[in-house]
Design a protein. Structure first.
Lengths: 110, 120
């Protein structure tokens, strides 16, 4: 199972919006609404930000939103804040009863 | 407080074995499926294994199938990962992660991780 494809890095200024893409195949992202997103600041454990493509767990700000079209899922962060600087990973359940992560995207807040 | 605490990591030679543990607290462990996820130094996340709350369903990543065994003891609120025939490429921080819930296919609670180094 190959990793999902994410851009290595994205950046934006405070208050702006950024979108991180996550491209998979018809065996994972394209087949199910079972895409989740995780935030990982340096030296810490990952934190769940989005599940089932677009749902936010309790406590996650509504500045974080998710969507999906075909084999590509996206995470959008609006109203960027300095505290959003972190690595972001997408994840999808697959038709092989496994989970696959993206390679990760480093978000820099300028 | 909901918490997962991993232990058992360390330095092991190629071909060796190691058993990781994950102690759960603050929630009804027996009601939740669990996972192991790893992260090699400076690299991304890699899902390793899943075990259902009733132990009736177990899945492994191809990279560890036949070498790693996931298990749990609901009476002890503990998750385990037995790692055999270890390779250099198994060097990573190993996280235990709680399965968010039926139908979500996500991991909502993570431990702080335990480092496994495979080297001669």
């Amino acid at each position: 199972q190959s990793a999902l494809t994410q851009p290595p890095s994205v950046s934006g200024s405070p208050g702006q919006s950024v979108t991180i893409s996550c491209t998979g195949t018809s065996s994972d992202v394209g087949s199910y609404n079972r895409v989740s997103w995780y935030q990982q600041p340096p030296g810490t454990a990952p934190k769940l930000m989005i599940y089932e493509v677009s749902n936010r767990p309790s406590g996650v700000p509504d500045r974080f939103s998710g969507s999906k079209s075909g084999n590509t899922a996206s995470l959008t962060i609006s109203g960027l804040q300095a505290e959003d600087e972190a690595d972001y990973y997408c994840n999808s359940y697959t038709s092989s009863n496994t989970w696959v992560f993206g390679g990760g995207t480093k978000l820099t807040v300028l | 407080e909901v918490q997962l605490v991993e232990s058992g990591g360390g330095l092991v030679q190629p071909g060796g074995s190691l058993r990781l543990s994950c102690a759960a607290s603050g929630f009804t462990f027996s009601s939740y499926s669990m996972n192991w996820v790893r992260q090699a130094p400076g690299k991304g996340l890699e899902w390793v294994s899943y075990i259902s709350n009733s132990i009736s369903i177990i899945y492994y990543a191809d990279s560890v199938k036949g070498r790693f065994t996931i298990s749990r003891d609901n009476a002890k609120n503990s998750l385990y990962l037995q790692m055999n025939s270890l390779r250099d490429e198994d060097t990573a921080v190993y996280y235990c992660a709680r399965y968010f819930g039926s139908g979500t296919y996500a991991f909502d609670i993570w431990g702080q991780g335990t480092m496994v180094t495979v080297s001669s």
